[in-house]
Design a protein around this ligand. Structure first.
Ligand code: PLP
Length: 382
């Protein structure tokens, strides 16, 4: 059996697979089993911001793995302590503590529990087109992919994104928190308006409602700031992060301000905060800071938009981007173009039916970005 046959036979097939077997990577390049190179504009769905096979992350994992891989939360651990301190030092001011977990969905699950526990209320207001994950709590906060799994958690309502009046009407005395992305990722790369976010913060403050910001996809330099909150001068009460945090090792975190008080027994996780993931995260964050990946995302995002914008490809309705979080809205379905791009050596994602989403490693070179624009031109200019 070859690799695809083996995965199809023994795997639990829930992904719409593409017919390629990826075996190696370096920076923004991936190779398949036949040695064909691809420019990777997926980055493991926004994970590999520091590049594939990042040497600093690899050596941190190697060193930590020979010293201590696992250590439950009931004991203190030196590597975990250093990561917690580092996370708080780079987070928006006012976020003072972090709970460590293993994925984006888990960070949302924890945020839901923390918000209920801290407010004594049960309801959440979330955004249409929002995406927060696939586990039952996270899916309850998500506007799509729900139908087959109803009934989900009670008390979640949805309002149009960027519409403060609708949010105002939806918040009640039973609302524990408002939960939002600042750039809706899966929902089509839709960027929050500055005045909307300021009004949301104000509304939450006035009504004693917590604001949960989901930066699982936007966090760790993707949008041109360490966290997208910085574009909005925003401090949420709870900030959820994951994806790029540990350079590809599974990890998530929930950063909390004073409104959320920890209590023993409130939550837990066997793997959350394990020293191996913490060492990877420390190395990945150091790399982001040393190389100023936030600044690179700004400049490379602007370079891409500039080059792409000059070309005026016929099938494109609109380009939206913040840093290197890029959405190309088409006049027709996006999926068929993914295959054409792959055949020409570019790996990309979709975000909703008509949007091609590009989340390249932030270390991608300008030459590679130019090659991506050329390849997009070949498939989108008709
Ligand atoms: N929140 C956002 C904004 C996401 O983009 C994702 C995943 O794409 C998640 C949560 C869920 O993260 P995970 O797939 O790590 O559970």
């Amino acid at each position: 059996m070859n690799t695809p046959e083996r995965e199809r036979t023994y795997g639990f097939e829930v992904f719409p697979k593409r017919d390629v077997t990826i075996v190696a990577g370096e920076g923004a390049t991936l190779w398949d089993e036949n040695g064909k190179a691809y420019i990777d504009c997926t980055a493991g769905v926004g994970v590999a911001s520091v590049g594939h096979a990042n040497p600093q992350v690899a050596s941190a994992i190697g060193e930590q793995s020979q010293r201590l891989i696992t250590c439950p939360g009931v004991f203190y651990n030196d590597t975990r302590a250093r990561l917690l301190e580092k996370l708080v030092s780079i987070a928006p001011k006012g976020l003072k503590r972090a709970f460590l977990c293993n994925s984006g969905s888990e960070s949302i699950e924890a945020a839901i529990k923390f918000a209920r526990h801290s407010t004594g209320r049960h309801n959440f207001v979330c955004a249409m087109r929002g995406f927060h994950g696939r586990t039952i709590g996270a899916l309850s906060a998500t506007h799509q992919y729900r139908a087959a799994f109803e009934p989900l958690l009670q008390g979640f309502t949805f309002v149009p994104f960027n519409n403060i009046d609708k949010l105002h009407n939806a918040v009640s005395g039973e609302t524990a928190a408002v939960m939002l992305e600042l750039v809706q990722g899966e929902g089509g790369i839709r960027i929050a308006h500055e005045e909307y976010i300021a009004a949301v913060r104000d509304l939450c403050d006035r009504r004693g409602v917590l604001l949960i910001v989901d930066e699982v996809q936007t966090g760790f330099c993707r949008t041109g700031r360490m966290f997208a909150c910085e574009h909005f001068q925003l401090t949420p009460d709870i900030l959820c992060v994951a994806k790029a945090m540990a350079g590809g090792i599974p990890m998530g975190a929930v950063l909390c301000g004073d409104a959320v008080k920890p209590a023993v027994g409130m939550h837990g996780s066997t793997f959350g905060g394990n020293p191996l993931a913490c060492a990877a995260a420390l190395a990945a964050i150091d790399f982001m800071v040393e190389r100023d990946l936030a600044d690179q995302a700004i400049h490379k995002g602007a370079h891409f938009a500039d080059t792409f914008g000059k070309s005026r490809f016929g099938r494109v309705r609109e380009l939206r981007h913040l840093g290197l979080m890029i959405g190309i809205e088409l006049k027709s379905k996006a999926k068929p173009y993914l295959l054409e791009l792959m055949e020409r050596g570019v790996l990309a994602l979709v975000a909703g039916p008509t949007v091609i989403r590009l989340l390249p490693p932030l270390v991608i070179s300008l030459e590679q970005l130019d090659a991506v624009v050329d390849t997009l031109g070949e498939v989108l200019s008709g």
